[in-house]
Design a protein around this ligand. Sequence first.
Ligand SMILES: NC(=O)c1ccc[n+]([C@@H]2O[C@H](COP(=O)([O-])OP(=O)(O)OC[C@H]3O[C@@H](n4cnc5c(N)ncnc54)[C@H](OP(=O)(O)O)[C@@H]3O)[C@@H](O)[C@H]2O)c1
Length: 204
Amino acid sequence: MAEGARVIGIVGGTGDFGQGLAERLRRVGEEVVLGSRTPRDEFVSNAEAIQQSDIVFLSVPPDGVEFTCRNLADELAGRIVVSVASPVVFVGGRPAAQPGEISLAEAAQQAAPRCRVVAGFHTVSAKALARVDDPLDEDVILCSDDGAAKEEIAALAEKVVEGRAVDAGPLMVARWLEPVTAVILNVNRNYRTQSGVRITGIQT
Ligand SMILES: NC(=O)c1ccc[n+]([C@@H]2O[C@H](COP(=O)([O-])OP(=O)(O)OC[C@H]3O[C@@H](n4cnc5c(N)ncnc54)[C@H](OP(=O)(O)O)[C@@H]3O)[C@@H](O)[C@H]2O)c1
């Protein structure tokens, strides 16, 4: 696939995360198609967004991940699917995580077995993404069972953030990566900011 010729689709592209990511991707020269369950204006259906894309960001809430992937499994087949969902819940107003037995990314892979799931971007805040003129001073942590897909998303991630794409290993690692969002949200709350992560001690 030629660099620059690809199209990136965002399922759930009406949400804050998808909106911010789309603008960031467009600013680094990527072509982006936004999907929605209710197509209107610039938003096509999620199925159409996937059909037009080489890479698909699955940017729907955690409770919509499995159903969306099962519903769109045929369209997703063969595509790289980036799962950004985190099992965040609010307990007494405070962000917490309620992970299942397997990660949301693994559930996505099981529901759409012919796609190539990469989990990542869980530590990137939608609010930080939305401040499109400010550089994202952070790393992106990725995991996947598909090495080539992971490499392609790593290269894409490094166009969006100032830091590095860090390979955390196989898709199973998403079980421990996804809940980290709840840690970030608590840090943000305590410091009234939008924080991100930097991994130290590795050479790339
Ligand atoms: N917000 C953050 O800072 C942040 C950070 C890291 C990761 N994430 C992850 O990024 C994902 C998107 O976050 P967000 O804040 O943009 O979410 P959101 O606004 O709650 O949802 C995004 C879009 O998903 C669609 N949607 C809602 N419920 C759905 C369902 N049950 N099934 C399918 N689609 C549904 C809606 O679009 P339509 O109604 O137009 O279809 C909605 O606009 C989440 O999984 C979140 O865990 C978020």
